[in-house]
Design a protein around this ligand. Structure first.
Ligand code: ARG
Length: 257
């Protein structure tokens, strides 16, 4: 009996180490130089709680649930900073917040918000998926998820920008996992066995393929659980809504003053 206990404890211990070793729930470090448009959101004290994507020089797309109930002046957009503990890049306070008018809660859809900045952010924007990019939502398409969120379900958020590759899952897998999933304006991505996933703090951040913003991290049950993939906003469904808010002007070249 005692020996069994020792074996169990040893097993638990090794399992614990293995979990602590994986990054962004199964991800790896990512470079901000290669992904300049990914940003994180903090409160005025510098506490990071969500991600976002620069989609036009003065516009940051994030999740509605990241912005709801916060005044523009209480939000900070941190651009160009891979290491949260460094002072690289810029910190900007939005001048206004647009939340999708139909937004109720993340699992009901329309989990989108656009933050407008006074000054252009000094980073290259990422274009949003349009109708011509519909193929990117085919099950199996590998999408890159980026963020500073938790690296395990109950862990802490990441100091460094992390990325993981998550294949698009068939909608039937998504509705099997979540009774709430009834709408084609979301999609699931991940692996049936879990292990790799976005997590708390990644919300609002990008899922990217072919140089386009394909998804926005929205919700999921726990993180990296078997049969409980992450759910993402299907950006292409909102292309028209977003064009109104973000505008269609090509990215302006930021000239030094
Ligand atoms: N809602 C979370 C956030 O606010 C993101 C959840 C993603 N969950 C998941 N299992 N993929 O950061």
């Amino acid at each position: 009996m005692r020996r069994l206990l020792v074996v169990l404890l040893a097993l638990l211990f090794t399992a614990g180490t293995a979990v602590a070793d994986v990054q962004v729930v199964g991800g790896a470090r990512a470079s901000i130089a290669i992904n300049p448009w990914v940003v994180h959101l903090t409160d005025p004290n510098g506490y990071q709680f969500c991600g976002g994507t620069v989609v036009a020089p003065t516009k940051v797309l994030t999740a509605a649930h990241c912005a709801i109930g916060r005044k523009a002046g209480q939000l900070r957009v941190v651009a160009g900073r891979e290491d949260k503990k460094s002072d690289a890049g810029v910190v900007a306070t939005p001048v206004s917040v647009w939340i999708h008018p139909q937004y109720v809660s993340a699992d009901r859809g329309e989990d989108l918000a656009v933050l407008t900045m006074q000054e252009p952010l000094p980073v290259t924007p990422l274009p949003m998926a349009e109708q011509a990019d519909n193929d990117l939502y085919q099950p199996g398409t590998p999408l890159r998820a980026l963020g500073w969120g938790r690296t395990s379900e109950n862990g802490r958020t990441s100091r460094y920008l992390m990325e993981a590759t998550l294949p698009v899952l068939p909608d039937t897998d998504c509705s099997g996992a979540y009774p709430q999933f009834v709408r084609a304006d979301m999609f699931c991505a991940g692996y049936p066995e879990g292990k790799v996933d976005t997590c708390q703090g990644d919300s609002g951040g990008p899922l990217v393929a072919a140089g386009k913003l394909v998804g926005v991290t929205s919700w999921g049950e726990g993180c990296a659980r078997r049969g409980k993939p992450g759910v993402y906003v299907r950006v292409v469904r909102y292309a028209d809504d977003l064009r109104q808010v973000v505008g269609t002007a090509p990215p302006a070249v930021v000239e030094p003053q």
